[in-house]
Design a protein around this ligand. Structure first.
Ligand SMILES: Nc1nc2c(c(=O)[nH]1)N[C@H]1C(S)=C(S)[C@@H](COP(=O)(O)O)O[C@H]1N2
Ligand SMILES: [Mo]
Length: 488
């Protein structure tokens, strides 16, 4: 639970605002931490500008004392959160199973409606600063434990899973256009768990700290007090020590920590969330008034020249493990079939918006270049030098393993989904500079960071192990995002 709280806090602070609907409009949040409201009126076709801001400017990096890993570590925060969730679900399943087979369930599950008036009576007793008399749990305890185990916990699992873009891609819209609601309720669940934890420890103190601790850690109030103290301190020590080691490893050795945490987890996420099936049809009828941006427009001469030339001579190079290399100019791409759809954009940070996209389905390109049988990945290379990240110096100086330009790799099965397109239209207009003009990738079952903007080249490769740090993309390499299972 401590791991879930701490990593969850990291995930919240990466977009510390909560909304009730998936337009996630700036200013429309019901709860916001920090005072970073910005105008939505900036020019999306400007190549640079004073008032251009991205969602990364809204991050409030938390302290590593509270957060896991702290200091703006969303990528590893997610790894820890998913591992925490896995451990918590396995523990919970064993607990509920043990309750069922041992007959102890009767302690938790109320069997009579009279539990409510009794619980009210218990509450009054507590408020009079007295402890209610009861065999085993009193009615208030029973109701609380029942609520935590059988209502709150399943709610946290459901609202956690509902935030994955993969879920939206595989279920009908009425069920899934609720990412902000799920995120908000998930947060309120966290608050409920925190209130429960504080209340629970408070009650342990009220009922007699060491005798209650003896029941909790050793199973009997008659156990020796010395043994209870040792077992309690040991338990607390393990949690604190584990937290310290987890923070230290994440902050000083992020790549090794990422590799270690991927073991088991990445295959598991792929199994549950990575499928080719796709629900057809639009999610909603209308697109959002405002779409957030992530990644600032390139500032290099190559991009600037194209920009000044209205992108007339921009081409898409298709090469790598293919039979026919292609060089597609504007004319070529406009004569290929067009796919248009309105769908939700899901950033890993937690914000969303609806937009209408138009462009050429990747299958059209794949069928024309005829990739070799072993070509498993499509790598999208861009003109984006990520200048806003290179204040410390060019990447080849600070970290020679990071490619100079933003890139993201997509698996063949994802590329072949009907709504995977190389987009050149947004909201019935030309794609704006801020959103990736003249071409950007859309893969609607994945998170935003996979959808490279300002694309110039599609390279087909057998595997991605030798590219960059081998994580399958710029943000995957640099920010420790999940490499293969970007569907959650
Ligand atoms: N070249 C490039 N593409 C990029 C990024 C970037 O920084 N550079 N950011 C990604 C992230 S994290 C997100 S959420 C989406 C945001 O798309 P939008 O700016 O069109 O809303 O773009 C993705 N594509
Ligand atoms: Mo993102």
């Amino acid at each position: 639970m401590v791991q879930l709280f701490r990593s969850g806090y990291e995930l919240i602070m990466t977009h510390p605002r909560f909304y009730w609907n998936d337009d996630a409009e700036p200013g429309g949040e019901w709860l916001r931490v920090g005072d970073r409201e910005r105008s939505t009126e900036f020019d999306k076709d400007a190549i640079e500008g004073e008032d251009l801001w991205t969602a990364e400017d809204e991050i409030d990096p938390p302290s590593a004392l509270i957060s896991l890993p702290g200091r703006d570590g969303l990528g590893l925060g997610r790894h820890w959160h998913f591992w925490g969730a896995l451990g918590w679900i396995v523990t919970g399943a064993l607990y509920v199973g043990a309750l069922a087979v041992s007959g102890e369930w009767a302690r938790l599950i109320p069997t009579s409606i009279s539990v409510f008036p009794q619980a009210a009576g218990d509450l009054i007793t507590y408020l009079q600063l007295q402890v209610p008399h009861a065999e085993g749990y009193n009615a208030l305890q029973q109701l609380t434990y029942f609520g935590v185990v059988f209502v709150l916990s399943p709610l946290m699992i459901v609202t956690g899973v509902l935030q994955a873009p993969a879920v939206r891609a595989h279920f009908p819209a009425w069920f899934t256009t609720v990412r902000q609601r799920a995120r908000s309720i998930h947060f309120l669940g966290l608050v409920a768990f925190a209130v429960f934890a504080v209340g629970h420890v408070g009650m342990v103190i009220v009922h007699g700290f060491w005798s209650e601790m003896a029941k909790i850690v050793l199973g009997s109030s008659a156990a020796s007090i010395d043994l209870t103290i040792v077992a309690t301190l040991l338990g607390v020590g393990i949690v604190v020590g584990f937290s310290a080691v987890a923070n230290w490893a994440s902050l000083t050795r992020p790549l090794r920590t990422q590799n270690a945490l991927e073991i088991g987890l990445d295959p598991l996420l792929q199994t549950f969330f990575h499928h080719v099936s796709f629900v057809e049809g639009d999610d909603v009828d209308e697109y959002s008034d405002f779409a957030r941006v992530n990644g600032k427009p390139p500032r290099n001469d190559a991009y600037r020249n194209h920009y000044e030339n209205d992108f007339e001579d921009w081409t898409i190079t298709v090469d790598g493990e293919v039979e026919n290399e292609l060089e597609l100019d504007r004319e070529d791409i406009r004569t290929l079939p067009t796919e248009r759809h309105i769908t939700r954009h899901d950033c890993i940070q937690g914000w969303t918006y609806y937009a209408k996209w138009g462009g050429v389905p990747l299958t059209e390109i794949i069928d024309r270049c005829n990739p070799h049988e072993d070509a498993e990945w499509l790598v999208f290379w861009t003109l984006d030098e990520k200048w806003e990240y290179s204040e410390a110096g060019p990447f080849e100086e600070t970290d020679p393993e990071v490619p100079e330009r933003y890139y993201e790799a997509i698996r063949m099965d994802k590329a072949r989904e009907p709504r995977s397109i190389l987009a050149y239209e947004m909201n019935d207009d030309d794609l704006p500079v801020a959103h990736g003009a003249p071409y950007r990738l859309r893969v609607e079952s994945q998170l935003g960071y996979k959808m490279a903007k300002w694309v110039t080249r599609i390279e087909f490769v057998d595997d991605i192990d030798d590219m960059g740090k081998g994580k399958g993309g710029w943000r995957d390499d640099v920010l420790n995002y999940f490499p293969h299972s970007a569907d959650i």
